[in-house]
Design a protein around this ligand. Structure first.
Ligand code: HPA
Length: 275
């Protein structure tokens, strides 16, 4: 079975579980899974039940697809995602985005936990991703191209939709939420960076650093989906503060910004569908 057929099998399974056809999809990052409970009229499908769908092993990732309505908009929410560092191939990491795209989703919102490199950021800052550096050492599109999904050499000059970013700034301002903007560098992990690596990333133009999102964004662009991504700065990156980075801290910071992030996402979703 090739990737196209696997995606079709997963799509068909989901279509049997619910009559709702999502327009918007949301991927929730580490410690940011609470939004799944905000979905009305929801059908919850554990990842384990969906054919070929990868299952997350990371602590803080639930592992279910929730389909329902957010502010009336048919929305699919992924509570939990898999990462390259778990040992999955990037084709597996991005499998869910392929399925969501083939279900008819046109707008993809991603959230993640990230380390702050720009010293104007601080713990719990929310950062709209304006662009990225793919430093994972691979690309999910390596291999034969599936022309039914997109072109061999997709353009990435506006990977994070400009109009969505404008909308996000407006919604945040209206809610009184401070929303920073910056470049996200994706590394493979799972070890956190060294202080020398953080200085190197800063010199390259990165404002935040993390271990996810970029493969999904590449695949979403390949399929012509419009993307919006928001990082939660769960810690300042290595070497900035005189302290070590621990995963518990990352999850706790996610908890703290939960309310703000939920309000922001709720405010954003209705507008994405129209623009
Ligand atoms: N580095 C990489 N990934 C992360 C970090 C970090 O400091 N914090 C949360 N995810």
């Amino acid at each position: 079975m090739d990737q196209f057929e696997k995606v079709a099998a997963a799509r068909q399974y989901i279509e049997q579980r619910t009559d709702l056809r999502p327009h918007v999809a949301l991927v929730l990052g580490s410690g940011l899974g609470a939004f799944a409970d905000e979905v009305a009229d929801r059908t919850e499908i554990p990842y384990a039940e969906i054919p070929h769908w990868p299952r997350s092993t990371a602590v803080g990732h639930a592992g279910k697809l929730v389909i329902g309505r957010v502010e009336g908009v048919p929305t699919a929410v992924m509570a939990g995602r898999v990462h390259f560092y778990e040992g999955y191939a990037l084709q597996e990491v991005t499998f869910p985005v392929r399925v969501l795209g083939s279900l008819g989703v046109r707008s993809l919102i991603l959230t993640n936990a990230a380390g702050g490199i720009n010293t104007e950021l601080s713990q719990c800052a929310l950062v709209l991703i304006s662009d990225h550096l793919n430093l994972q050492g691979s690309n999910p599109l390596i291999g034969p191209n599936e022309d039914r999904w997109g072109p061999r050499f997709p353009d990435m000059s506006e990977a994070y939709d400009r109009r969505y970013r404008e909308a996000a700034r407006e919604v945040a301002a209206g809610l009184g939420i401070r929303l920073h903007e910056g470049v996200y560098a994706a590394l493979s992990g799972p070890s956190y960076e060294t202080p020398a690596e953080i200085r190197y990333l800063r010199a390259m133009g990165a404002d935040t650093v993390g271990m996810s999102t970029v493969p999904e964004v590449i695949v979403a662009n390949h399929m012509g989906l419009r993307v919006l991504a928001i990082s939660c700065v769960t810690n300042m990156a290595a070497g900035i503060l005189p302290q070590k980075i621990c995963h518990e801290e990352v999850l706790e910071a996610g908890e703290k910004v939960r309310g703000q992030l939920i309000a922001l996402l709720r405010g954003l979703i209705p507008g994405l569908q129209q623009s």
